[in-house]
Design a protein around this ligand. Structure first.
Ligand code: TYM
Length: 345
């Protein structure tokens, strides 16, 4: 006899989110957002949120949060997420996320959360002082996904462990509350080959990140052409010319990153890029890379600027998106409430 979970019969649904902390960068785009846009063309319903409740798990400025949500929303729209096809909303505008998160906190086990590397990284040495919310962050993330019975979650590679936790939570819920029926589907991460892990321009061994204190470490989606060219010119490299093959990138994190970025921007593989540029120095490669990045980001940056000057338009998108998301989450939450035995007249 096997314990294989019962197959899920419901429709495919896509959900993902980004934290409204700092400006979105090329890593967010190439790792996730690009795929969000592509997935809209399929038949699955798409839900894309600004996860403002997750942004509260570390010290933050309350007066700046709503504006940051508008900023992330503007970046989604500028990158091509279409509000007519996808629900775009603020996580906090759909209270079902928080309510399901509580239920799932009683499903997830302490040991599962203690294994989360992102908590260890973010809490640092003084974990005792971290908020409880930072510790239970992955459970809220599981709720974000499961409250829509989402089946696919387009993310960068760094979210893989959180997705595994969401799967564990779904399986445990189904076992404990639904007699093994697949009420909550096991969400699959959708991770792109190239672009899934874009590294810092200043250190090829650490991730490109909104929270890096150095702005030169990342290319922001709102950077202008001169800024992009300057950042790429200053990007850390090694003295060797580019290798002819991908194996030659192995001990060269900075070279690998720049080749990977170029490949992701131009829709090619790293092998293909090296077949063309192998043997050339960075003096020749960097301007080509800068051109590709500028060509790519300029229209996004321009549209982002236009939208940020029109907060009323962004608010209309968020209001409509929250209506759709609330309507989709309500029946799932009602089903879960019944299964966990809540009172109902
Ligand atoms: P966040 O806000 O850190 O990042 C948003 C998305 O961008 C991807 N990403 C990257 N991809 C490639 N290279 C990089 N350097 C890079 N940096 C970031 C992330 O993998 C992510 O897909 N916990 C999530 C937010 C979240 C969420 C969710 C995601 C909350 N609830 C539900 C999916 C589903 C986070 O902190 O992402």
């Amino acid at each position: 006899m096997t314990d294989a979970p019962a197959p899920y019969e419901g429709p495919r649904r896509i959900l993902s989110g980004m934290q409204p902390t700092g400006q979105l960068h090329l890593g967010n785009y190439l790792g996730a957002l690009k795929n969000w846009v592509a997935l809209q063309d399929g038949e699955a319903e798409c839900f894309y949120c600004a996860v403002d409740m997750h942004a509260m798990t570390v010290p933050y400025e309350p007066a700046a949060l709503a504006k940051a949500v508008r900023g992330v929303t503007a970046a989604y729209l500028a990158a091509g997420v279409d509000p007519a096809r996808s629900a775009i909303f603020a996580q906090s505008a759909v209270p079902a996320h928080a309510e399901l998160a509580w239920i799932l906190q009683c499903v997830a086990r302490l040991g599962w959360l203690e294994r989360m590397t992102q908590f260890k990284d973010k809490a640092g040495k003084d974990a005792e002082r971290a908020s409880v919310g930072l510790f239970t962050y992955p459970v809220l993330m599981a709720a974000d996904i499961l409250v829509y019975k989402a089946t696919e979650v387009p993310v960068g590679e760094d979210q893989k462990q959180h997705l595994e936790l969401a799967r564990d939570v779904a399986a445990r819920f189904n076992r404990d509350f639904a007699g093994g029926r697949t009420v909550l589907p096991m969400p699959d991460p959708v991770i792109l080959g190239t672009g899934a892990r874009i590294m810092s321009l200043k250190d090829g061994t650490s991730k490109m990140s909104k929270s890096d204190p150095s702005d030169n470490s990342r290319i922001n989606l709102h950077d202008d052409a001169d800024t992009i060219a300057r950042k790429i010119k200053k990007a850390k490299t090694d003295p060797e010319p580019l290798p002819e093959t991908v194996e030659g990138l192995e001990a060269r994190p900075e070279a690998r990153n720049l080749v990977g970025i170029f490949a992701a921007l131009t829709g090619r593989t790293s092998a293909d890029v090296l077949a063309e540029y192998g043997g050339q120095g960075f003096g020749a490669f960097k301007p080509v890379l800068a051109d590709a990045a500028v060509q790519f980001i300029a229209p996004i940056s321009e549209e982002f600027g236009r939208l940020m000057a029109d907060p009323a338009e962004i608010d209309r998108v968020l209001t409509k998106g929250a209506e759709r998301a609330n309507a989709a989450a309500a029946p799932v939450l009602a089903e879960v409430r019944d299964l966990v035995g809540y009172w109902r007249a």
